[in-house]
Design a protein around this ligand. Structure first.
Ligand code: UFG
Length: 342
């Protein structure tokens, strides 16, 4: 019999790709999502790829009663993967309470009601943003955590602290926090990808939307950083590689392999690319000349951020298989498919 996994935020970008990998690995999936930044159509897209329609609970995890009853209904689940959260950095700076309320209440309700039902395994969607401005590169999990620049980032740091405290008293809880670097790319089928509501904040969707004619011009935020071409360096990771890492983390929990009740892993490739390198690769792969302009730096941007991935490789037995070209090509295939759908 397949084991049941509850995936909060399973209609979102990383969540939906993870649901696909879970189904392909014979898990039964229940998605909990309030569709605040995603679309119900994603369920059909997942079915198109996997042949299976995941169960769906439409609910807001801030609502205690509804959350409690959803976990009661699915008390036979063996783990929760918690993606549900707001994630726009600039929006969080403008509206911090909205972010603290949504991201932290959802987390607290999820943990409280899953534990009440004896669902003791938990995977958390964290971010490299918890490293702030790193003192050493590549970043290992031992690097000091700093107060992130944005309220969004701070919700990730606080969430990890909540877990740190909780595992001390909730003796049955086993948790893994995964610190993502920069997820880009889409499912190779072209049926699933990132679908930002409104104007994208992140580089890759902004590039593909500019190339598709939805945005007029890409703004490159600064070329006076101390890097090879002056633009910031990030560790871009294919979303399907990232999704596969969640399955590995889940298997580690289910097989009781963890060394401590809360483990933390960086999920990146270990390679850094600059903004201009990404643009050049995009132009080469698609044969499209991208309309872009260098503008002022964006407040809060870190100069260089890339992961040391040794721990995930060693303990999760996981490694990225897909390179930058595949990330870019799949993002573009997805954007083109979206255009055809309209
Ligand atoms: N960039 C541009 N123009 C754009 C968008 C981005 O030049 O229109 C540049 C940024 O300045 C940065 C790089 O592209 O140098 C990547 O920017 P993203 O917004 O795509 O990603 P960030 O690294 O800023 O943020 C990501 C996640 C956050 C997370 C952070 C952790 O989106 O959720 O990594 O470091 F908090």
């Amino acid at each position: 019999m397949s084991q049941k996994i509850i995936v909060t935020g399973g209609c979102g970008y990383i969540g939906s790709h993870t649901v696909v990998e879970l189904i392909l690995n014979n898990f039964e999936v229940v998605i909990i999502d309030d569709l605040s930044n995603s679309n119900k159509k994603t369920l059909e897209r997942i079915e198109k790829i996997t042949g299976k329609l995941p169960s769906f609970e439409f609910l807001d995890l801030k609502n205690e009663e509804e959350t409690k009853s959803a976990f009661k209904k699915h008390k036979d689940a063996v783990a929760v993967i918690h993606f549900a959260a707001f994630k726009a950095v600039a929006e969080s700076v403008k509206n911090p309470l909205m972010y603290y309320k949504n991201n932290l209440l959802s987390l607290i309700n999820t943990l409280e009601f899953q534990l009440e039902q004896g669902i003791n395994n938990f995977i958390f969607s964290s971010s490299a943003t918890v490293y702030g401005v790193p003192e050493e590169l590549p970043i290992t999990e031992e690097n000091e955590v700093q107060r992130p620049f944005s309220p969004y980032g701070n919700t990730k740091k606080i969430a990890e602290e909540v877990l740190e405290d909780l595992v001390k008293t909730a003796s049955n809880l086993s948790a893994i926090s995964l610190r993502y670097f920069n997820p880009i790319g889409a499912h190779e089928s072209g049926f699933l990808g990132e679908l930002p509501n409104g104007t994208p904040n992140n580089l890759m969707p902004y590039i593909t939307q500019t190339a598709a004619g939805i945005r007029k011009e890409l703004q490159v935020y600064g070329n006076d950083y101390d890097t090879k071409d002056g633009t910031p360096i990030r560790d871009y990771i294919h979303v399907v590689d990232l999704a596969e890492a969640h399955v590995k983390a889940l298997q580690r929990l289910l097989n009781n392999e963890q060394n401590k009740p809360l483990e933390i892993y960086n999920l990146g490739t270990g390679n850094g690319s600059s903004v201009l390198e990404i643009i050049k690769s995009f132009e080469k792969i698609t044969n499209i000349s991208l309309n872009y302009k260098i503008v002022e730096r964006r407040p809060g941007d870190v100069e260089k951020l890339y992961a040391n991935t040794a721990l995930a490789k060693d303990k999760l037995n996981w490694e990225c298989k897909r390179g930058i070209d595949e990330m870019i090509a799949s993002s573009w295939k997805w954007e083109e498919n979206l255009k055809k759908e309209q």
